[in-house]
Design a protein around this ligand. Sequence first.
Ligand code: ADP
Ligand code: MG
Length: 706
Amino acid sequence: MTNRMHCLLDTSLEFLKGVGTKRAELFKREFNLFTYRDLLYYFPYRHIDRSRINRVSELETEGAFMQFKGKVIDYTNAGHARTKRLVARFSDGTGTIDLVWFNSTRWVEDLLSRQREFIIFGKPTLFNGHWNMSHPEMLDPKSQQNENQGLNHFQPLYNTSDRAKKSGLDSKAVSKIMAELLTQVKGHIEETLSADILQQHHLLSLGDALAQMHYPVSLASLQQATNRMKFEELFFTQLKLLKLKLLNTKKIKGHRFVVVGDYFHAFYRDHLPFELTGAQKRVIKEIRADLGSGHQMNRLLQGDVGSGKTITALLVMLIAKDNGCQSCLMAPTEILANQHFDSISKQLGDMDVKVAFLSGSTKIALRRELQEQLLSGEIDILVGTHAIIEDKVTFKNLGLVVIDEQHRFGVEQRAKMWKKNTIPPHVLVMTATPIPRTLAMTLYGDLDLSVINELPKGRKPVQTVHWFESQRLRLFGVMKREIELGRQIFVVYPLIEESENVDMLALMAGYDNMSNEFPLPRYAISMVHGKMKSEDKEFEMQRFVKGETNILLSTTVIEVGIDVPNATVMVIENAERFGLSQLHQLRGRVGRGGEQSYCILMTGNKLSQEGRARMNAMVGTNDGFEIANVDLKLRGPGDIQGTRQSGMLDFKVADLVKDEALVVYTRTLAQKVLEEDPDLQMEKNRCLAMQLQKLMSKGGFWSMIS
Ligand code: ADP
Ligand code: MG
């Protein structure tokens, strides 16, 4: 029985009445839908309330589907040949709309000659001051009344593509097919939540919820269905993450790093350029406890910009080396990876530790050589980009994976790294930008957490101000004062790819402006931008790093770039064009030495409300967590850097911002369920276990665990 039901939803779409091979092909190609189940979960983006009759006199805006009831007063044929059209004047007693049909109008004329009263349905548009509706749906008010008592009040609207529409697969066609599908699968949809949970939370059954998502009987039931689907998405996400975490700490065998040996100690004694902060020491202890436990570590290291995560990771990589294991460190961009490679190589100095670099642009010959050295164990630490994830990159004995990222990796991607050794390597994820709680719970819900909540000694919080263009003279004053004191200054211009040329002009104009204000020989300016050859970029950067220039003008290339403790001013031009987390990252470039530092946000006098909110947040706090929370509220999780790629956040109905309470709630519930029944063996949890297994096998890492 169970099996048969299972099979029905897995049926290929071509077998559904009204679909066939051609449309099935379209569903596959255009919407990525293959089976009955896929289509069932293809939810409408909106419903039209067909129970409401609008009035023409109340029409205000274009763009919405509406329904009117009235009479066709008159109709005429207009235009010739290709512009031929039929125009009918329709009145509902409060105003008139011109109904327009192009091309084949025969059937309309037939219809209009027989009948005058209609309910018309379509999208009114304003043309020459008069309301028009092209190709409206024409319904008989009498038959419509009958239908209104049925299920068809709310008509679902589905997203389709131009290509699909051209082949006749428009929203209407999809809704017809959906109606057929719902009839077929009725009674065959297996429940995924336990009776317990359904009852306690007053949730619709999955079958009812799915039906109501497409064809709700009322707004209230659409709401109920949406709630149920959100609950489902969030609850199982949490159940999966927590189950994984449970398996990690209880079941998955890990490399046992028992010694903290010569490499660690030698580095600590002879190469560490400063005293570690208390927070760094504590975090290393937390990590060491994991490494010695015999289970695989999966830990998140959170710490604001400049808190010193890299050196912490390096020390942990040396522990791996002390225990005969290799490590790798992955960064989201080539620039950042390169910077890690340079700084790690420099910090290790003459120590007998081999560090190598691998990215997408590494030449094939070099790649082969690296691959050999990785397999022979010659390379101790591999630094690079996501290129390291590729299956063909293999190690002799990989024991530790460090991911320095900006929330770009979900569980599934991390799990890919687990496969690089027979005993899965320990995983340490570092976040440069702190992220809001709901996002963290979802992206990193399977990880243990360590926090570096302390900046290195002697750092003063950066003072941030927001000035308008009209205050530019004041800006120059501050810049001159700081230069007199021997300090250096970053000036950053926005760079958005689509308008690269415009941005280039802004940067050049800025350069002219600054060169006028800060002329040679008294002052020196470096400039760096994305269009420069990398040698030239490097040369200009180096001039600034060495203190030969006072000001570094650049596009955002330095966002993840250089470390210049003598720089005390960060000027951000057109600051309104940057996202909040980006602004916070940029600000983190100053305040690294012992001097008081400043971040000056320059904007035009006109600011959007959101732009103003961003400036206020920056001026109001230096706390990255607070910044991240504001960012999430302003932009939504889908837009926060890199979350899209992670695949972890593409919920169909849930929304991590709006449904924050439900995220927290379902996590607590999932926790309770697993506390009572860690292996989900109790009869009442049978459907949870089945659904979970399905979800986990999808990620491809269930096999590694069981
Ligand atoms: P992030 O956490 O943003 O990745 P980094 O690891 O890049 O920060 O460190 C920022 C700067 O602080 C680097 O120049 C690093 O050498 C320095 N640093 C790290 N730890 C300490 C410390 N305990 N004392 C002084 N400087 C430190
Ligand atoms: Mg960093």
